[in-house]
Design a protein around this ligand. Structure first.
Ligand code: 13P
Ligand code: ZN
Length: 298
């Protein structure tokens, strides 16, 4: 990717401290940016991001911030209030995809299709300090992203990555079953052996809500306090991970299981499948791999 990679060479040689020289180009080559760009590309290639569907965010570490700060704009945007304050996110810096952007374009044009936002000391507002070079604003799901980062940060030091995708399988399956977290988890666990390995805690499932709404953000943050992923009925999935690979892998595992569940249902019709994993099978996998199985969902 010629030009950007050339800029990376400047960084590697320590030349890029001169922000003006490679203004907002070298930032794209930092490690966390590369991972984020790859996540967006892989999600688009997997078919999870029709048009502007889906979005993602990454909570910067102190080290990331030290590396990225030299590229921040001299003048940040104005403060924009969040739907609800998230005190646990006070002073945090978060990389987000831009609202309306096509995730397939993030890898090649991150400065146009992403933003790094700073959260204010009260955790009540954000302002853009990098990116959005073509204008616009961060994803319409920013309230869900910031609220979920806050919940995870307060609980366990944070899930670095939150990833919202639109797998067709998840939209289809949640049109056929009630949005009951235990029932949906059982469906996914019992039709595919590796499901319980990928999400031993189960998944949450929320009833349909308006995309980008404060209600959806609040409910998703509540779900992500206990689960690594939350299905949005007839919409998609919102997943947390310690890394881009972790969040993407979780979505892939849910997508695969949902697709298998649909195929079995399509073929079996009203007839029951001849085999489903039983409680004992799920417990045996959990014991073999030392997994924190959510026993309450069996
Ligand atoms: P954005 O383009 O605002 O990120 O919205 C996409 C989406 O999937 C909303 O749920
Ligand atoms: Zn969506």
């Amino acid at each position: 990717m010629g030009f950007l990679d050339d800029a990376s060479d400047f960084i590697d040689r320590g030349v890029s401290a001169a922000k003006g020289a490679v203004s907002n180009v070298a930032c794209e080559q930092l490690g966390f940016m590369r991972d984020f760009r790859r996540l967006c590309r892989e999600g688009a290639q997997a078919g999870y991001h029709e048009r502007n569907g889906g979005n993602a965010s990454y909570l910067l570490t102190d080290e990331d911030l030290r590396a990225a700060r030299p590229f921040f704009y001299d003048y940040a945007s104005s403060w924009v209030p969040l739907a609800a304050p998230v005190p646990a996110m006070a002073e945090a810096f978060v990389l987000l995809t831009a609202s309306g952007c096509y995730l397939k374009n993030v890898a090649d044009q991150p400065a146009e299709n992403c933003a790094i936002v700073q959260i204010d000391p009260a955790g009540a507002a954000w302002r853009a300090v990098w990116g959005l070079r073509a204008g616009g604003r961060p994803t319409s799901e920013i309230d869900a992203h910031i609220a979920c980062h806050g919940v995870r940060r307060a609980a366990d030091g944070g899930a670095r990555v939150l990833y919202h995708a639109h797998p067709a399988s998840v939209a289809a399956l949640t049109a056929l079953v009630e949005p009951d977290s235990r029932a949906v988890t059982n469906l996914l666990w019992r039709c595919l052996t590796e499901s319980v390995v990928a999400f031993p805690g189960g998944v949450a499932c929320l009833p349909w809500m308006v995309p980008g709404s404060a209600a959806l953000a609040e409910a998703t943050a509540g779900a992500l306090a206990s689960f690594d992923a939350c299905l949005w009925q007839v919409h998609g999935v919102f997943a947390a991970g310690d890394s881009c690979d972790g969040a993407f892998g979780l979505v892939q595992a849910i997508d695969k299981a949902a697709a298998v569940a649909l195929q079995v249902r399509a073929v079996a019709g009203d007839g029951a499948p001849v085999f489903r994993l039983a409680d004992g099978d799920l417990r045996a996998i959990a014991a073999a791999y030392d997994l924190p199985l959510n026993e309450a969902f069996l």
